[in-house]
Design a protein around this ligand. Structure first.
Ligand code: ADP
Length: 855
C-alpha cells in the first residue's frame, strides 16, 4: 500500500533506491489481528513530541532503552507496535498515566544506527487505536487496544466539506513554497474524509498541541472540519506574508534604484561643481537658523526640517518646499516687539495733529490707551470696530493710533474672503501652499505687537470651503489667539500682543459672533464745512507735497474747494475730494515742470479748467414742488442718499405695481401705505370709485440697484396721498420712517447718515420718527441748525408738513371714461402727470443704496 509517495523523494539515485527498499519492508509488516473481543495486543513506542497519523510514513529517532526493546520485540514477532504520544514530552520514563489514550498502530522498518548513538527507523501508521488496558510496563510497555474503523461512505455533505478543504489546501500550497505541489495532487486523489484530514495535517504540520488534538479526534468529519479551520487560518497568514514580502521586495527595488540614481546625480553634480554650492547653501541656512531669534520650539522644528533637507538630493522637488517653509520661519517675527508709548497726552497730540473733528472716536481711543497704561498686563479690552462710509478717516485714524503708541501699522482687507484657508493657509501638502493672510501680514509687520487693522470685516464671505468667520474668531479671541494655528506653519503662533482694530461700512452684516467681541465706534461722515476744513488743513497740503509743490507756490481758495466738494464729489467721506484735489495739483505740477506759466491761486472758476464740467448739480435751485413725487432719505453703505419715490395713476382696474428692484419688505411697506390711504379716503376727500378705475404704479428710480427695508414707508404714503389728492409735495422736504396700517410712524436705523445726506443734498426739512431724535447727537451743530428736523409720530403730521394745501378734487369716473371714449384706445392718465425732473434732482454716480439701515 504505497499511499504517501508524495512524501518520498524517490529519485533514481542511490538514496532513492535505499529509501525505496526500506519502504517496501515497511509495507510488508502485517496489521495485528484482533482477538475475539476485537482487541489487539502490541508493544508501545512512546513518542515525545511526534504525532504519526495512520497511513503516513515518517522517520523517527529512537533513543530510549524501553523504546528499543519494544521495537526489537515487535520485529522479532514480525508485528506492529502502538505509538502512544506522551502528554508531557519531558517525562523520560512514562507510565500508563502519561499517555494520550488514542494512539496509532504502526509498522517499524529496519533500525539504522546514527552517529550520535541513537537509532532511526522509518515508520508507517496503520490505524487509530483506543487503549483499553496496559498489560505490562517492564521491560517495555505493552497494551491491549481497540482499532478504530472509519466509515468509507461519502455523502453530499461530506463531499462538499472535502472539497472546501481541498480548495483551501490548494491555496496554501500555492502560497507556501515549502509545501510541494505533489502534496495537493495526492490529497486530490483521497476518497476518505478522515484520511484526507490526516494527510493534510501531516503536510501543514501545525503546532504539536493541535496535532495531538487531531489524533484523538476519532470522528473523521470532526477532524476534517478542524482541518478546514486550520487551513483557513494558514491561508490568511500566508497571504499576509506574501503581501509583506511583495511590498518589501518592491521597496528594496525602489531604494536600490534611488540609491543608484542619487549616486549618479552626485557624480554629475560634482562634475558640474554644484555639489559644493548646495552644501554651502545648506550651511548658510543652518547658520541663519541657529543665529535667528526664535523660540525654542520653533528652532527645534526648523533644525529638524534642516536635517531632512540635508538628506535630500538638491534636485528633489521637496527641497523647494522645505526651503520656502524655512524662509517663512526665518522671516516671521517671533519675539521682536516695539515698546508701547502709553502717554495719553502724547497720543492726544498725535490724533489731533492728524485729524480734524471725529471727537467721539478720538475720545474713545484715548480712553483705550489710558486703560492700557494703567493695566498693561494682558487685560481684556474689547476690539474696536470703526464703522462708517468710505473716506471718513477710519484707516487714517488707525495709522495715527499706531504712531502714537509707537507700534508698527499693518492692514489686511477681509473683503471677499470666503475661504478659511485664506486666513489660515493651506497645508504644506498642497502644491504652492503658503501661510494664510494673517501670518503674511504679520511678516510684513516684522514685530509681534503691531496695530493690525482688519478692513471690511462686514464683507467676510462664507461658502463650502469653510467659514472664515470662525477662523477670525480665533484670531480675535484673547483666550485663543496666543496659539493661533496656521495650516501651513503647523506651529502655534502668538497673536495675543497684537492690537486689532476692525473697520466696516455696515454693522448689520458683521457675523454675529464677531460683533459680540467688538465695540463699535461710528464715523458718520462729514458735512460740507467739515470737508472744507479737512481739505484745507490736510488734503491740500498733502497733495501739494506728493506732487512736488510748495505750499506757498499754489493756493486753492475756499470757494474753489467748496466747488470741488459740491460739484465734483457726492460722498459722505472725503476720498473723492482728495482725489480731485490731487488731480488739480498734478496738472499744476506738470505745467510747472514743463516750464509753463501756472496759476498761484486757483479760484472757483478755475476749478472747471482743471477738472472739466461739473459732475453733480447743485440741486437746491432746481427743486420744484410736484404731485406724486416725495423724497426719502435712505441709508447706504457709502453714507446716506436721497431717493425720490414716484407714484403714477393710470387708467386701469385697481392694480398696484411697484418697480425699481424693490425688495419684499419695501413692497409690503407700499401695501401698508396704500391701506392707510384707503382708510383715510373720506378725510382726504378722495373719490372712492377712483380705486377701481386706476392702476397705481409706484416707482423708485435707479432700477438696477436693489433696495429694500421699511423706512421708505412714510415717503410712499406721502407720494400716494399726493397722487390721489393732487396736492403737491414740497420738494425741500426729505423723510424717513416706517408706517403702520393705522398711520403710526415707527423708528428706523441709520438716522445720522440720513440726516447728513439730506443736508448734503440741500434739503431743508427732514421728517423723522420721534423716537429717533436721540440719534442726532453726532450730527454736526451746523447741519442741525440749518435744517428743520421734524419729529413725528403719525402720518397725519407728515402730510401736514410735506403737502401743499388742497388742490381741486380729482374727479376720475365719468370724466376719464368719456375722455377715453373720445380718444379711442389711448391710455388715459388720470392724475396730473408727473413731470420727470427726478433726473435733474440727482444725477449721481452709481452707488449701492440698500435702504435697510444698520441694525
Ligand atoms: P476710510 O478708512 O474711512 O475709508 P481713510 O482713512 O482712508 O478713510 O480716509 C481717506 C482720506 O481722508 C485719508 O487721506 C485721510 O487722511 C483723510 N481724512 C479722512 N477724515 C479725516 C479727518 N477727520 N481729518 C483729516 N483727514 C481725514
Amino acid at each position: 500500500m504505497r499511499n504517501n509517495d508524495w512524501y518520498m523523494r524517490e529519485d533514481d539515485d542511490e538514496f532513492g533506491e535505499a529509501l525505496h527498499r526500506r519502504t517496501e519492508e515497511l509495507y510488508s509488516v502485517p496489521d495485528a489481528t484482533p482477538d475475539e473481543d476485537g482487541l489487539i495486543e502490541c508493544p508501545v513506542l512512546p513518542l515525545r513530541d511526534l504525532v504519526v497519523f495512520p497511513r503516513m510514513v515518517s522517520p523517527i529517532f529512537v533513543g530510549r532503552e524501553t523504546s528499543l526493546l519494544a521495537i526489537e520485540d515487535a520485529q522479532l514477532n514480525d508485528q506492529t507496535v502502538i505509538a502512544l504520544t506522551q502528554r508531557d514530552a519531558e517525562v523520560d520514563e512514562p507510565g500508563p498515566q502519561d499517555f494520550l489514550l488514542v494512539g496509532v498502530e504502526m509498522a517499524v522498518g529496519r533500525m539504522l544506527s546514527m552517529p550520535d548513538d541513537s537509532s532511526s527507523a522509518l515508520v508507517q501508521g496503520r490505524r487509530r487505536v483506543e487503549v483499553v488496558e496496559f498489560i505490562q510496563v517492564e521491560p517495555f510497555i505493552k497494551v491491549r487496544a481497540r482499532p478504530v474503523y472509519e466509515t468509507m461512505e461519502v455523502d453530499r455533505q461530506t463531499d462538499a466539506t472535502m472539497r472546501t478543504a481541498l480548495e483551501l489546501f490548494q491555496k496554501c500550497v500555492n502560497l507556501d513554497r515549502s509545501l510541494p505541489e505533489e502534496a495537493y495532487l495526492y490529497a486530490l486523489n483521497l476518497e476518505e474524509p478522515g484520511w484526507l484530514a490526516d494527510m493534510i495535517v501531516t503536510a501543514i504540520a501545525p503546532p504539536l498541541e493541535e496535532r495531538q488534538e487531531m489524533l484523538v479526534a476519532v470522528d473523521p468529519m470532526d477532524r476534517l472540519r478542524r482541518v478546514i479551520h486550520m487551513l483557513a487560518r494558514e491561508a490568511d497568514v500566508l497571504e499576509l506574508e506574501d503581501q509583506i514580502h511583495t511590498r518589501a521586495q518592491s521597496e528594496v527595488d525602489r531604494s536600490q534604484r534611488e540609491f543608484y540614481l542619487r549616486e549618479q546625480m552626485k557624480a554629475i553634480q560634482t562634475e558640474l561643481g554644484e555639489g559644493d554650492m548646495w552644501s554651502r547653501e545648506l550651511q548658510e541656512l543652518h547658520t541663519r537658523i541657529e543665529s535667528a531669534s526664535l523660540p525654542e520650539e520653533v528652532q527645534v522644528r526648523a533644525l529638524k526640517e534642516m536635517e531632512r533637507l540635508g538628506q535630500m538630493p538638491p534636485m528633489s522637488p521637496e527641497v523647494g518646499i522645505i526651503r520656502t517653509y524655512l524662509e517663512w520661519i526665518l522671516e516671521l517675527p517671533w519675539i521682536q516687539t516695539t515698546d508701547d508709548n502709553l502717554d495719553v497726552s502724547h497720543a492726544a497730540e498725535v490724533l489731533e495733529r492728524d485729524h480734524f473733528g471725529l471727537p467721539r472716536a478720538k475720545e474713545r481711543v484715548l480712553e483705550y490707551i489710558a486703560v492700557r497704561s494703567l493695566k498693561p498686563k494682558r487685560l481684556r479690552q474689547p476690539i474696536l470696530c470703526f464703522i462708517g462710509p468710505p473716506g471718513t478717516g477710519k484707516t487714517s485714524l488707525g495709522r495715527s493710533i499706531a504712531e502714537a503708541l509707537g507700534r508698527k501699522f499693518v492692514r489686511l482687507s477681509l473683503g471677499g474672503v470666503r475661504d478659511e484657508a485664506e486666513i489660515r493657509g493651506h497645508r504644506r501638502t498642497y502644491i504652492g501652499a503658503l501661510p494664510g493672510r494673517i501670518l503674511q501680514t504679520m511678516r510684513r509687520s516684522g514685530t509681534i505687537n503691531p496695530l493690525f487693522m482688519l478692513d471690511e470685516i462686514d464683507k467676510l464671505g462664507q461658502d463650502f470651503r469653510g467659514d472664515p468667520a470662525a477662523a477670525m474668531l480665533e484670531v480675535l479671541d484673547p483666550e485663543q489667539n496666543h496659539a493661533f494655528s496656521d495650516h501651513y506653519l503647523e506651529l502655534p503662533y502668538d497673536l495675543s500682543r497684537v492690537m486689532f482694530i476692525t473697520t466696516a461700512n455696515n454693522a448689520s452684516t458683521i457675523p454675529a459672533a464677531l460683533l459680540d467681541r467688538m465695540e463699535l465706534i461710528d464715523f458718520p461722515g462729514y458735512i460740507e464745512e467739515e470737508k472744507l476744513q479737512i481739505a484745507m488743513r490736510f488734503l491740500l497740503p498733502r497733495q501739494l507735497e506728493e506732487n512736488g509743490l510748495e505750499e506757498h507756490e499754489v493756493r486753492l481758495t475756499e470757494k474753489a474747494l467748496q466747488r470741488a466738494i459740491r460739484e465734483y464729489t457726492y460722498e459722505a467721506g472725503v476720498r473723492n475730494l482728495e482725489r480731485e484735489i490731487g488731480r488739480i495739483c498734478r496738472k499744476i505740477a506738470r505745467m510747472k515742470a514743463e516750464g509753463r506759466r501756472y496759476p498761484n491761486m486757483v479760484g472757483a472758476a478755475a476749478v472747471e479748467r482743471f477738472l472739466g464740467p461739473p459732475q453733480f448739480f447743485n440741486m437746491e435751485a432746481e427743486l420744484q414742488n410736484e404731485v406724486g413725487v416725495a423724497t426719502a432719505v435712505a441709508w447706504t453703505e457709502t453714507g446716506g442718499e436721497i431717493m425720490p419715490v414716484e407714484v403714477l395713476l393710470l387708467d386701469g382696474k385697481g392694480n398696484l405695481q411697484i418697480t425699481g428692484q424693490i425688495g419684499n419688505v419695501m413692497q409690503e411697506s407700499a401695501q401698508a401705505a396704500l391701506s392707510y390711504l384707503k382708510s383715510r379716503t373720506d378725510t382726504f376727500d378722495i373719490d372712492r370709485d377712483l380705486y377701481d378705475q386706476v392702476d397705481i404704479h409706484i416707482h423708485i428710480p435707479e432700477g438696477a440697484i436693489p433696495k429694500d427695508g421699511p423706512s421708505a414707508g412714510i415717503t410712499i404714503a406721502t407720494a400716494l396721498v399726493s397722487a390721489f389728492t393732487g396736492r403737491e409735495v414740497y420738494r425741500e422736504v426729505g423723510m424717513t420712517g416706517e408706517i403702520t396700517l393705522r398711520g403710526r410712524v415707527l423708528p428706523v436705523g441709520g438716522v445720522r447718515e440720513k440726516v447728513l445726506a439730506a443736508y448734503r443734498a440741500g434739503l431743508r426739512t427732514v421728517i423723522m420718527p420721534k423716537r429717533n431724535m436721540k440719534d442726532l447727537i453726532d450730527v454736526p451743530k451746523r447741519a442741525r441748525s440749518e435744517m428743520k428736523i421734524v419729529p413725528v409720530e403719525h402720518m397725519d403730521q407728515v402730510l401736514e408738513i410735506a403737502l401743499a394745501p388742497a388742490a381741486p378734487k380729482i374727479k376720475a369716473k365719468r370724466m376719464a371714461r368719456s375722455k377715453a371714449a373720445k380718444e379711442g384706445d389711448e391710455q388715459e392718465i388720470v392724475s396730473i402727470p408727473v413731470e420727470n425732473n427726478v433726473e435733474k434732482l440727482r444725477s449721481r454716480p452709481t452707488q449701492t443704496p440698500d435702504i435697510r439701515p444698520p441694525a
